[in-house]
Design a protein around this ligand. Structure first.
Ligand code: ADP
Ligand code: MG
Length: 354
């Protein structure tokens, strides 16, 4: 297990990482997800030993490692900019680190072969990086990390420079490789969909802090804060006030809605946001019952496996519902509908100081 305890990192007066506590299991595909500047790369660089923490400790299998130099840590890093040596061949690029470590020539050769086979680049040994596609260059960068047989591979937005199609292919390949080798991957991305597809668990980061650490499904179904809810998946939001047992907006109430931790520490009357995913917002032609608002359908978009129905509520709020196209086919633009906010699918968050 990798254990990060109370890591703090400041650059001058700026706090890049604030009291980070995190445990990552061996064999996990773990992602750090968050907007640009939230501290993802800094955390990865601290793990790699390319940067030192202002305070805090890092343990790997019970041993403290944060005072070890980078080359003695069981980690290897893969960057978005592949940082391949242009004048060296593919095989020489992959062999470079082992040569520095004075590994015997025969062993270098067999490990380079093994690493290139892992990333499906047999036959590319003598090519120069400039003759390779972006995806192939990224595979070389990955092979260069794997050749060291690291316990943990640290990947900083490794697919960021690839076009969408190639990116999807590399996502699938990365995940297969990681599971097959049983490696621990710590993967940095600002792309929520990528993090959801790949990860066993995700840490959502916000301004140097961990906002929520959970499985993709847990993040989708039970976000612990408004930031986390907004960062992953689609959203519908209603602004209103907390009341005993629920939510109130312009005289309408929604009841029995689960409250986030942060909110339960604040009293009734606090400014809140009622949050529901488009996939969870039910639309029906019937007159509204409990926990429903009335609205009018303004647009229906066919998206292949789903239809997206856009509704404007009587209060003037725009909401979206994702449903099966067969279900949407009975709905008409302009018709009045009821929007059902199921208590277990609707979350109440504190909207923050306003
Ligand atoms: P991310 O990878 O999530 O985009 P970073 O970890 O690169 O974010 O940066 C986190 C914060 O720390 C940013 O505000 C950035 O400007 C600052 N930062 C990172 N590295 C340095 C550095 N070497 N010197 C000064 N500030 C830095
Ligand atoms: Mg970064």
């Amino acid at each position: 297990m990798l254990e990060i305890r109370s890591i703090q990192k400041t650059f001058g007066s700026q706090t890049a990482l604030d009291a980070i506590d995190l445990k990552i299991e061996e064999g996990e595909f773990f992602s750090l997800l968050g907007p640009s500047g939230c501290g993802k790369s800094t955390l990865l660089r601290l793990l790699a030993g390319l940067e030192s923490a202002t305070s805090g400790e890092i343990y790997w299998k019970g041993q403290r490692i944060d005072q070890l130099p980078a080359r003695l840590r069981p980690f290897n890093m893969v960057f978005q900019k592949y940082a391949l040596f242009p004048h060296l061949s593919v095989a020489e690029n992959v062999a470079f680190g082992l040569q520095l470590k004075k590994v015997a020539l025969a062993e270098i050769r067999s490990r380079v072969d093994e690493a290139l086979a892992l990333v499906n680049l047999q036959g590319f040994e003598d090519r120069k990086p400039e003759t390779l596609s972006g995806g192939q260059q990224q595979r070389v960068a990955l092979a260069r990390a794997l050749v060291n047989r690291p316990s943990i591979v640290l990947l900083d937005e490794p697919l960021g420079a690839l076009d969408q199609k190639l990116r999807e292919k590399m996502q699938a390949d990365l995940r297969l490789l990681q599971k097959r080798l049983g490696l621990t991957f710590i993967f940095v991305t600002h792309d929520q969909e990528e993090a959801m597809i790949l990860s066993d668990r995700i840490a959502v980061m916000n301004a140097g802090r961990l906002e929520q650490v959970a499985t993709p499904r847990e993040l989708f179904e039970n976000p612990s804060s408004l930031f986390s809810a907004r960062f992953i998946g689609g959203r519908n939001e209603l602004s209103g006030r907390a009341i005993a047992g629920g939510f109130e907006m312009a005289g309408r109430t929604l009841e029995g809605i689960s409250r986030c931790q942060e909110l339960s520490q604040r009293g009734a009357g606090a400014s809140v946001c009622a949050f529901v995913r488009p996939e969870m917002l039910r639309v029906s032609g019937m007159s509204e019952g409990a926990n429903a608002l009335s609205g009018r359908i303004v647009q229906i978009l066919f998206r292949g496996s789903k239809s997206e129905v856009m509704i404007e509520t009587a209060e003037g709020v725009s909401l979206r519902s994702m449903m099966d196209p067969s279900e949407a086919s009975s709905l008409r633009v302009g018709s009045e509908v009821a929007l059902q906010f199921a208590p277990h699918d609707t979350h109440l968050f504190w909207a923050g100081p306003q």
